[in-house]
Design a protein around this ligand. Structure first.
Ligand code: FRU
Length: 476
């Protein structure tokens, strides 16, 4: 087992080698969080603590294809300007030797508590034989958000229901009426996804309350990264099920991430859930996590990537890095549907506004608008029943016969298109960064997040269809 100091030295040496290559890559993004070198996956430990936003993340600094996991760390006063910090958590004890896996933060009595899964792989089969893997829930605390206490082991394999196999992980902790609760994602021995609920009065001793949801036939074999929060008095349950089959236009990525609106019963024995839906229709979205901001907003970050997406070889790997996080999005509930809106704070990024009013789509129109790939576009439609937008080489957004399509063309490196059914279209907002697009439809009712790898700068945007559009563009 390596010590923390040995890891610090190893990562410093790797950085000295890799940083010039990574930083020289034109696909590095400008306003999306990435690992400084190597690989990033899930957002972890999201919170606002003593005047700063903290984003920790699954970090594999030594291998751009993903390997041993640490928690990387960024902070920001405003969710716009970020500072990178030293790795926060290292796999340096026997109970997390094979990875400091995902988890969450709780701010309580002026202290930050981090909860994560210590992953341990024994020799042999890590999935099916009942001794092949340990998944320990571990806690550290901090008074400043940068220096962390000794690791405290809270739960081990012994503490999980016996019908759960070796995959129990990703603690999300919250406080309600003076009691602390924790959800964990799980895979049962008969390969169904579940959520486990624990409670504590002192954050150290935890007891199982219930297995409030899971075991559904068409909802996959494992539920990763469970998260629950209240919006308008309802319990929203968000999770990342693995093993769902594609259905119509939905669930075409390797694994899914979505939510259902529901409610816990009084004793938290049962979490009744409404229909499940994907959060994002793009190619690159997984393992989202939320936190409740001090002003009451529920804010979510996702990983702009999906695990085990082997059919797609990401071209940044050879530049020494892979993946990024999404922008922070505020979640808003309208009826039974979650809307996602990039946080207000991001508007300070806007520079050099260009507005083109009432463009008649009947004739195809070409606009030379871009000096680089980092911009925000807002399109407000009037009486639009079909449209096509071509930009970033052969990337296309289309709306026709009630279906909205994002198609990436060559720049998708093997990924073709994703679709969603919508009744009508009133608005499209696009965040374009060097190698990612976030496309928000109809005020955030639908979102497509996709990495995109253009070979050259395309300065133009082409619009056609029926109806009128007013276009606003900002450089970012
Ligand atoms: C989700 C996930 C989590 C796990 C982490 C490991 O992407 O598989 O379940 O804790 O990534 O990096």
């Amino acid at each position: 087992m390596m010590t923390k100091q040995q890891f610090i030295n190893q990562i410093a040496a790797e950085k000295a080698n890799q940083l010039p290559i990574v930083n020289g890559d034109e696909w590095r993004n400008k306003f999306h969080l990435m690992a400084p070198i190597g690989w990033i996956n899930d957002p972890n430990g999201l919170c606002y603590f003593k005047g700063l936003y903290h984003v920790f993340y699954q970090y594999s600094p030594l291998d751009a294809k993903g390997g041993l996991k640490f928690w990387g760390h960024y902070t920001s006063p405003d969710m716009v300007n970020w500072t990178e910090h030293e790795v926060a958590l290292f796999p340096d004890i026997a109970s997390d030797v094979d990875g400091v896996y995902s988890g969450s933060a709780l701010v309580h009595n002026d202290e930050m508590y981090l909860f994560y899964t210590g992953n341990v792989k024994h020799k042999g089969d890590h999935d099916y034989i009942l001794t092949g893997r340990e998944q320990n829930v571990i806690m550290v605390k901090s008074t400043d958000g940068f220096n962390f206490s000794e690791k405290q082991i809270l739960l081990t394999n012994e503490d999980y229901p016996k019908n759960m196999g070796l995959h129990v992980r990703d603690p999300k902790v919250w406080e309600e009426d003076g009691i602390f609760y924790m959800v964990l994602g799980a895979r049962s021995v008969d390969d169904k996804g579940y959520v486990l609920l624990y409670k504590s009065t002192n954050l150290t001793d935890w007891e199982l309350v219930s297995v409030p949801a899971g075991g559904l036939d068409d909802m996959g074999y494992m539920w990763e990264c469970p998260d629950t929060f209240k919006l308008d008095g309802k319990d929203i349950f968000m999770f990342s099920p693995q093993g769902m089959d594609a259905k119509g236009l939905k669930y075409h990525n390797v694994y899914q991430s979505g939510y259902a609106v529901g409610s816990f019963d009084e004793n938290k024995q049962i979490l009744s859930l409404g229909a499940f839906d994907e959060l994002d229709r793009g190619f690159d979205f997984y393992a989202p996590q939320t936190f409740k901001n001090h002003d009451g907003r529920i804010i979510m970050y996702g990983w702009a990537g999906v695990p085990d997406a082997v059919e797609h070889i990401n071209p940044t790997i050879e530049k020494g890095w892979q993946h990024c996080l999404t922008l922070p999005r505020e979640l808003i509930l309208k009826g039974e549907k979650l809307y996602q809106v990039p946080v207000e704070e991001l508007k300070v990024l806007r520079k050099h506004e260009t507005i083109i009013k009432e463009i008649n789509l009947a004739q195809s129109q070409v606009f030379e608008l871009f000096e680089n790939n980092t911009y925000e576009l807002n399109l407000d439609f009037t009486n639009v029943t079909t449209f096509e937008l071509d930009f970033r080489e052969d990337c296309q957004l289309t709306f026709k016969d009630g279906i909205f399509t994002l198609s990436l063309g060559e720049s998708g490196y093997g990924r073709d298109y994703r679709r969603v059914e919508i009744k009508a279209i009133s608005n499209v907002r696009i965040y374009s960064d060097n190698s990612i697009l976030e496309v928000y439809l109809n005020e955030g009712a639908e979102v497509f997040t996709s990495r995109i790898y253009n070979k050259r700068l395309d300065k133009t945007l082409t619009l056609s269809g029926t109806g009128d559009v007013t276009l606003t563009k900002w450089s970012l």
